[in-house]
Design a protein around this ligand. Structure first.
Ligand code: ATP
Ligand code: MG
Length: 298
């Protein structure tokens, strides 16, 4: 199994008929991390990523926005850690979006994320994003009430309107040179329970445990419905969703790293070409430097 085939399997370019049940959170496409080839694939992906990022940065034209959405304990943080291990931190920004502050609530729902978009040449990672506006806010309607919207603008169609706003926004980004890569880390309810219990049992993981996450599990079905509807309305050819099986952390990292590599390869950023004057200046500099070296020895 080539890793590129894996990405294609989980990429949704036309959400219209998408069903979450079509992707099994436990799927690893028959790959096994204990086999050397899976490990090699992971390591090779990260190595390739490092080289591509250097070219993206040097060219300074495109930017890459990686959006990560998931239920708690699906492995967003460790996926970020893993992908980051492959790239130069100077060309990358990670932003986490939690419950909005009062100041953020005084703006439109795309404001805070827009301010955090990556500059040309850089990779931006959104740990949660504007998609929370059609997920947690849809599941907990009281959050919508707290957004201080004029009453006439809050109606049943608001989710459809937000999907439309997001599609338009992402099209705008694509037309401006920001490539958006979206990942939903699809973990099963059973695996989430296992990971929460693990956090309780292991003192080194206590800091990760949050009783609120257990309460949020009560809304599991509502979240799954919201995710499915979100993907149906916002997975397009230009900005597809990747629905990544996340019960095996190594597998989700492999799919994410491979999808990023594949996208950067398609962008194919180039080192800037030197003009004749710049090449001449470099040759002069070499002569100066080597002459200096000789004279310092003598
Ligand atoms: P971790 O638990 O690994 O630290 P996290 O992303 O779950 O990472 P938390 O501080 O636990 O971080 O949770 C952030 C919370 O903020 C989530 O429950 C998320 O749904 C919520 N949130 C994010 N964006 C919004 C939003 N626009 N409106 C309301 N709540 C939001
Ligand atoms: Mg959390």
């Amino acid at each position: 199994m080539k890793p590129f085939d894996a990405v294609k399997r989980f990429r949704i370019e036309d959400g219209k008929d998408f069903r979450l049940s079509s992707i099994d959170p436990g799927d690893t496409l028959g790959l096994d991390i204990d086999k050397d080839d899976a490990k090699e694939m992971l390591a090779a992906g990260i190595k390739r990523l490092r080289k591509l990022q250097e070219r993206l940065y040097a060219e300074g034209k495109w930017s890459l926005l990686i959006v990560l959405q998931a239920m708690d304990a699906a492995g967003k943080d460790s996926a970020i850690e893993h992908v980051m291990s492959g790239i130069n931190p100077q060309g990358c920004d990670v932003r986490s979006f939690k419950a909005p502050s009062p100041a953020e609530l005084r703006h439109d729902f795309l404001w805070r994320t827009t301010r955090a978009l990556p500059e040309r040449g850089r990779i931006g990672i959104f740990n949660r994003s504007y998609y929370e506006e059609v997920l947690v806010v849809r599941v907990h309607k009281n959050l919508l009430a707290a957004q201080m919207l004029p009453p006439g603008l809050v109606h049943d169609e608001i989710w459809q309107e937000r999907f439309e706003d997001i599609r338009t926004f992402e099209n705008h980004l694509a037309r401006s040179g920001t490539v958006v890569l979206k990942f939903f880390l699809h973990v099963s309810k059973e695996e989430q329970k296992k990971r929460f219990l693990d956090r309780i049992e292991d003192p080194d993981k206590h800091w990760k445990f949050n009783a609120g996450d257990v309460a949020e599990r009560e809304h599991w079905d509502d979240y799954m419905n919201a995710y499915e509807d979100m993907i149906r309305h916002t997975a397009t050819e230009t900005t597809p969703w990747h629905v990544v099986p996340a019960d095996s952390k190594w597998f989700s990292r492999l799919v994410i790293a491979t999808a990023i590599v594949e996208k950067l390869e398609a962008i194919d950023p180039k080192f800037p070409e030197m003009d004749a004057a710049a090449i001449r200046a470099m040759q002069d500099a070499r002569e100066t430097l080597t002459a200096g070296k000789k004279s310092s020895k003598t």
